[in-house]
Design a protein around this ligand. Structure first.
Ligand code: SAM
Ligand code: SF4
Length: 330
C-alpha cells in the first residue's frame, strides 16, 4: 500500500481540512461591495476545467482535506456545474461538497445540485427586504431565493447557511427581521463584517460596521454564544432556546481571527491563495495537466504552505492583491 503524505500543517501548527475552490470569476449580480458595475472579467473561458478540478481536489484530499466549498464569481453559471459537483463528490476522501451561491434561479436548480452531490448550501442574502435586496445586489430576486431555500429543505437538506454582509445604513436595522425568519427553520445566518478590498475602499469607509454591534443586540435579546468545537471555522455562533436557527458572526478584524484558520483557496485560474488577503497567488496550473503530475502537485502544495503568514494585515489597511472577492470566492 502506498504511504500517504502527512496531512497539511503550517508553521503555526494549523491544519487544513477545508479547500475553497473558485470555479469562475464571472458573476451575474452586481453587489455594491463586490462588483458594483457588474462583471467585467473575461477570463471565464480560461477557468480551470473538470480534469484540472479533479486533480486539485485529489491532491488536497491526499493531503488530508475532506471538505470542498465551490464558490466563484457565481459558480452555478458554469455550464458544467453539475459535472463539477459530481466530480468533486467522487474524489476519495471528500465527504463534504458545499456550494456558496447568490441563489440565482435557486428554486429551479437546487434539486439537481443535491442529486449531483452537493451536501451543504450557503446562500448569500444581504437583506430580507426586497427593495433593499435589489439595491444591494442589483436584482429583484429575493422571493426566488427564499423559495429555493424552502425547496432545499423539502428535498431533505437538514440545514442551510445564509451569508449576510453587514452594511451600515443599509441592512443594519434588520436583525429582528432575520431573527423572525429563522425562528422556525434551521437556517444559520452568518453576519459577515464588510472587508476592505482595493476596489471598494470608499464603500468600505461608508458602510463598514463592527460585528460587536450585532453581538450586543443578540445579548440584549437573550442569545448565547455556543461553545466552539475544535474544528470550528471563523464564525462565532449564537443560539437561543426559542429559535431553530442560529446566528454566526464573522469578524475578520477581530484579534485572533486567523488563529483558527483551517482553509486554503484555489482560484479559477488554478492559483493557490494561502490567505484571502495574500499579496499573490501561486500558480499550480502547469501541474494540473496530467494525472502523472500528482506527486509533483502534492509536493508543490506542501512547499508553498511554508509561505503562509500567521495572520492577515487588514488592520494595517493591507488588502492584498485581490481587487474584489469575486475573483477568489470569499
Ligand atoms: N457569488 C457567490 C455569492 O455571492 O455567494 C459566491 C462568491 S461571493 C464572493 C462569496 C461571499 O463573499 C458572499 O457571501 C459575499 O457576500 C461575500 N463577500 C463578497 N465581497 C465581500 C466583502 N468585501 N466583504 C465581506 N464579504 C464579501
Ligand atoms: Fe457576485 Fe457573489 Fe460578488 Fe455578489 S458577492 S457580485 S453575487 S460574486
Amino acid at each position: 500500500m502506498p504511504i500517504l503524505p502527512e496531512p497539511l500543517q503550517d508553521r503555526q501548527g494549523r491544519t487544513f481540512p477545508y479547500l475553497r475552490l473558485s470555479v469562475t470569476d464571472l458573476c451575474n449580480f452586481s453587489c455594491q461591495y463586490c462588483l458594483p458595475d457588474g462583471c467585467t472579467e473575461t477570463s471565464h473561458k480560461t477557468a480551470i476545467g473538470l480534469d484540472e478540478i479533479r486533480r486539485i481536489v485529489t491532491a488536497f484530499a491526499i493531503l488530508g482535506t475532506n471538505k470542498v466549498r465551490i464558490s466563484g464569481g457565481e459558480p452555478s453559471l458554469r455550464f458544467d456545474f453539475m459535472d463539477i459537483l459530481q466530480t468533486v463528490r467522487n474524489v476519495p476522501g471528500i465527504d463534504t461538497v458545499a456550494v456558496t451561491t447568490n441563489g440565482y434561479k435557486l428554486d429551479k436548480r437546487v434539486g439537481n445540485w443535491l442529486s449531483a452531490g452537493m451536501t451543504h448550501l450557503n446562500v448569500s442574502i444581504d437583506s430580507l427586504e426586497p427593495a433593499m435586496f435589489q439595491r444591494i445586489t442589483g436584482h429583484n430576486r429575493l422571493d426566488e431565493i427564499l423559495r429555493g431555500i424552502d425547496h432545499a429543505f423539502a428535498m431533505g437538506l437538514p440545514k442551510v447557511k445564509v451569508n449576510t454582509v453587514l452594511l451600515k445604513g443599509m441592512n443594519d436595522k434588520e436583525l429582528d427581521r432575520f431573527l423572525g425568519w429563522i425562528k422556525d427553520q434551521p437556517v444559520t445566518v452568518r453576519m459577515i463584517e464588510l472587508m476592505e478590498t482595493s476596489d471598494s475602499i470608499d464603500f468600505f469607509n461608508r458602510h463598514h460596521l463592527s460585528g460587536q454591534v450585532i453581538r450586543q443586540q443578540l445579548a440584549d435579546r437573550g442569545w448565547t454564544q455556543s461553545i466552539r468545537a475544535d474544528n470550528a471555522g471563523p464564525a462565532q455562533e449564537f443560539w437561543h432556546p426559542d429559535y431553530q436557527g442560529q446566528i454566526g458572526l464573522i469578524m475578520p478584524y477581530s484579534k485572533d481571527f486567523c488563529a483558527d484558520c483551517n482553509r486554503l483557496r484555489v482560484n479559477s485560474q488554478g492559483e493557490l491563495q494561502l490567505c484571502l488577503f495574500a499579496e499573490q497567488g501561486h500558480n499550480l496550473r502547469h501541474l494540473l495537466q496530467s494525472d502523472d503530475q500528482l506527486p509533483l502537485l502534492i509536493h508543490r502544495i506542501q512547499e508553498l504552505l511554508n509561505l503562509k503568514d500567521d495572520k492577515h494585515f487588514l488592520d494595517y489597511g493591507l488588502t492584498g492583491s485581490t481587487r474584489n472577492l469575486s475573483i477568489i470566492g470569499g
